[in-house]
Design a binder for this molecule. Sequence first.
Ligand code: PMP
Ligand code: GLN
Length: 384
Amino acid sequence: LAKRLEGIAPTIFSRMSALAISTGSVNLGQGFPDVDGPPDVIAAAVAALHEGRNQYAPGLGVPELRHAVARHQQRHYGIELDPDTEVVVTTGATEGVAAALLGLVDPGDEVVVLEPYYDSYVAMMQMAGAVRRPVTLRAPDFRLDADELRAAVTPRTRFVLLNSPHNPTGTVLTRAELEAVAAIAVEHDLVVITDEVYEHLVFDVHEHVPIATLPGMRERTLTLSSAGKSYSFTGWKVGWATGPAALVGALLAAKQWLTFTSGSPLQPAIAHALDHEPDFPRELARDLQGRRDLLCAGLGKAGLTPRIPEGTYFAATDVAPLGWDDGLEFCLALPDRAGVVAVPAQVFYDDPDAPGAGRHLVRWAFCKDSAVIEDGVRRLQEAD
Ligand code: PMP
Ligand code: GLN
């Protein structure tokens, strides 16, 4: 194994989903919906296959998707983008993260990253030679402390890797929190790479504010998103990056050597989704909120009271009240104890034993059918 992958464990999501399958457990671990997105979007994909959209797409992605993404950013956030230079289609946000880091970060550059972090960030930072400077959203509130962020910045810091709505805590950064990030980014001339794949999956009164919309940020922000979450097609792996041409161009410079271009036929289908199913993500969020409440109430009855997530697919709970001092051990025992799989959040921390960090935290996905959630929480309530 190459040194660039030393110490990087196989992704927890594959491990826990394999465990769910091998034990026949209810999978409240990996975040994928068990109901697909809109049928007319599937029909658009089938039509694209039959219409001969089967050869390489242009490197930036098919024009109709780039235009649809630009319209989406304009409609929702008032961000004007040139679809020919400021939008690039990626193979999911995962490739977006990879190509952004490989295209922008020099070995030794420091990247400030929210912790707990999505696991691919750490693997890709290591592959890019970046030095990570985690800033912890501390339990139990999982808020961003601007002073800690400021303290993490050194003369070698060049990037902030942001994620809001945040996986795995369910935190949606407030405008004030984002303004604090923006002020630090402007003061230290940092580029912000922001993973906004859950941009539409926000609940109650919470609002997703793209950091690119804050003063002074458009020119220094590279925004990543994905149709996987907004349209419940996680397996299609259609994502995009938007931002100033220089940042998009750097991402593309790396992407061309990773995949060259992303798969052709699903791109016009997602363009159709963005243009013709504009209300789907909001309806999905409304529906998901009900399932969030179902999961959170059921977890509470099982002695695992979560903080109510403001967005995403996930709720995080502390398993210490049930007498467990390690979330990984809890999750490995859970299939036998209850027939349920969840994800231990400790793997998303540099130091899971730091104050407010996640040794005891377990993440539960509620992007599942109500009957599946009910079954899962009933099993948890009946576990010994
Ligand atoms: N970022 C975050 C925060 C995620 O939760 C996910 C998960 N699906 C991704 C990126 C990856 O997105 P995609 O499936 O589009 O590659
Ligand atoms: N993003 C999803 C999660 O956090 C799954 C993605 C993956 O399996 N890599 O569960």
